[in-house]
Design a protein around this ligand. Structure first.
Ligand code: FAD
Length: 411
């Protein structure tokens, strides 16, 4: 197509910020440009790593497309290298600006650098926006110097004291230029877990609304394996179907005793931000021990690893957790701690192998949280006590005293 005459056009390149509410890149483009092209590029380099997440992504894209259509726009889909496809489309529609949410992984940062270089070459301006965390990585820094916090508690104090950005309004209209070839989504991938939650901003927002009614019980219930009293919002945060800032603000507003940033639920959102700022400063978090000098020597035993992955170790609470993971593409945090500790401390296997198995199944699997938590349990990470162990029998007695969680998953 040829570039439309007059007015300014922007492309909003979506990645894992798949929503229209509190989406700074989209909102700013709609406020400042005459025409806006929302774009998602299906990147073959990222597909196929997790059938569960491939399906969740697909469902989230369908929902995003519907939300954009309701606002007069659409979701333009391309397949291939996101940088090449964005530039190609940018030239075709006569765009002058590209908007993108900033991300922390090696891959995402390399994509951003390549895009910046290509934008320079083609006279396009690239602007990055916040939106993947409550507080941007690097925005809260230790007074003593250094580019990030290594320990959670002082980070939490800085995070709570910081003035968070304002939520941005959902654009009323997304003015797509005429004549853009929209492209089609492929068929929905099958996924692997029969009980996986469906993706999308709408489902995520409904879930948040329903769950906030239980917020006051979170402190009592969040470690009760059978009680299942956590939000299960993690997959929606992983794909940006929900804005973490909007979730944190909604939780503060729903607290019956008044807003309290030290509330355990908001504190968990801070753990998420904490690992993002760690991964931003230490991009090898998925592959290299974070803490210098930590013991990082492990055994390799394929059969034992496979038995752990399939929930066949013979240790009931561990097997229950791994079976929940396979059935739901999600596992309770307490069970993640127990199964990860069992792999590294009882079986002596490498945390990277456990991380890879979690990464395949988890709907919420992402580099900062998966790696940061695995390293914490393995004793190589932040804030960690190298000799900490979670005794599976004592953990089961304490967090599944009636055995209901084990009965449910070991049937
Ligand atoms: P809630 O208890 O309702 O908490 C609300 C939100 O806070 C979560 O959705 C999540 O975004 C954040 N959060 C909670 N606990 C943590 C934590 N320990 N670290 C960072 N953020 C947290 N979480 C992921 O999102 N992706 C992962 O890949 C991941 N891998 C993990 C691996 C191991 C070995 C362990 C021990 C934990 C891992 N977690 C991961 C953290 C945590 O288990 C999940 O975030 C949580 O269970 C998600 O369920 P929820 O949404 O009901 O949590």
């Amino acid at each position: 197509m040829s570039a439309p005459p007059g007015g300014r056009t922007a492309i909003v390149l979506f990645t894992r910020d798949l929503r229209v509410h509190d989406q700074p890149a989209l909102a700013t483009a709609c406020a400042n440009f005459d025409r806006v092209v929302p774009l998602f590029v299906l990147d073959p380099a990222l597909a196929g790593r997790s059938p569960n997440r491939d399906r969740f992504l697909h469902q989230s894209l369908v929902d995003l497309r519907d939300a954009l259509r309701e606002r007069g726009g659409d979701l333009v889909l391309r397949h291939g290298d996101p940088v090449a496809e964005t530039i190609r489309l940018g030239r075709a529609v006569g765009a002058t600006g590209i908007a993108l949410s900033a991300d922390v992984s090696h891959y995402a940062r390399r994509r951003e650098r390549r895009l910046a270089a290509e934008c320079d070459r083609h006279g396009l301006s690239l602007r990055t926006f916040p939106g993947l965390t409550v507080v941007e990585p690097g925005a809260v820094r230790p007074g003593s110097g250094g580019d990030h916090y290594r320990v959670f508690s002082p980070y939490h104090r800085g995070w709570s004291a910081r003035r968070w950005r304002d939520e941005v309004a959902t654009p009323a209209r997304v003015p797509l230029p005429t004549g853009v070839e929209v492209g089609r989504l492929p068929a929905e991938p099958a996924g692997e877990s029969p009980e996986a939650l469906p993706g999308g901003e709408r489902v995520g927002r409904d879930r948040l609304r329903g769950w906030l009614r239980d917020l006051d019980r979170y402190d009592d219930l969040h470690d009760d394996l059978a009680g299942d009293g956590t939000s299960r919002l993690s997959p929606y945060l992983r794909f940006g179907c929900l804005s973490p800032l909007a979730v944190a603000r909604a939780a503060l507003a729903a607290m019956t005793g008044g807003p309290d940033p030290a509330h355990p639920f908001v504190r968990q959102l801070c753990w998420r931000d904490f690992y993002y700022q760690v991964a931003y400063a230490f991009p090898d978090l998925a592959t290299r021990a974070y803490r210098p000098g930590s013991r990082d020597e492990w055994r390799y035993d394929e059969k034992t690893l496979a038995a752990w992955a399939q929930g066949r170790t013979g240790e009931p609470i561990v097997d229950a957790g791994m079976r929940q993971l396979r059935a739901q593409g999600w596992m309770h945090n307490r069970a993640r701690l127990i199964t990860a500790s069992y792999l590294t401390k009882e079986l002596g296997l490498d945390w990277r192998d456990g991380l890879a198995i979690f990464a395949r199944w988890l709907l919420d699997g992402d580099l900062p949280n998966n790696s940061g938590n695995w390293q914490w349990v393995a004793g190589t990470g932040n804030d960690t006590k190298p000799y900490r162990r979670f005794n599976p029998k004592r953990q089961a007695d304490r967090y599944d005293p009636e055995g209901a969680y084990r009965r449910r998953w070991l049937r």
